[in-house]
Design a protein around this ligand. Structure first.
Ligand code: COA
Length: 115
């Protein structure tokens, strides 16, 4: 992600395949910003663009975001991206069990206010 007025790189947002708790895989919208770029709406802007690209260009019917249960800012981005909680599952990394929420939005659920 590049901040248009300065040309500075401020983070990343994109679509990757992610394994869900049940072993299936789904396209995920993920995001990560430099701290100086938080609280300006940039993650939401980029996440919405990725969601629309996934539906309109790649032809997916559903996209998700997988977020740790304690990561409230990231959950807020998912909600602003039109997503709802669809499940809870545990990921295992760094030798720990980490509960994650599965958010998703379906193309069929899209309402005008998510645009
Ligand atoms: C997740 C992450 C990208 C969220 O960043 P964020 O700044 O909270 O989210 P946004 O860029 O969408 O900005 C939303 C904020 O900008 C404000 N804002 C200001 N101008 C805005 C505008 N024009 N449009 C929308 N929001 C605007 C919103 O009110 C909101 O304010 P708040 O943070 O006080 O609630 C950031 O916390 C991060 O990089 N964390 C580390 C990595 C991480 O956890 N990634 C997710 C893994 S699942």
């Amino acid at each position: 992600m590049v901040e248009k007025s300065t040309g500075d790189m401020i983070g990343q947002c994109g679509i990757t395949w992610q394994l869900l708790g049940d072993g299936t895989r789904e396209p995920e919208v993920g995001y990560l910003l430099e701290k100086a770029a938080w609280h300006k709406g940039y993650a939401t802007e980029a996440a919405r663009a990725c969601r629309d690209y996934a539906f309109d260009t790649l032809g997916f019917e559903e996209v998700c975001s997988i977020v740790r249960v304690n990561n409230l800012p990231s959950q807020a981005v998912a909600r602003r991206n039109g997503m709802e909680v669809r499940g809870l599952f545990t990921k295992h990394y760094y030798g720990m069990d980490m509960p994650h929420l599965l958010f998703s939005v379906r193309r069929a659920d899209m309402r005008q206010d998510h645009k």
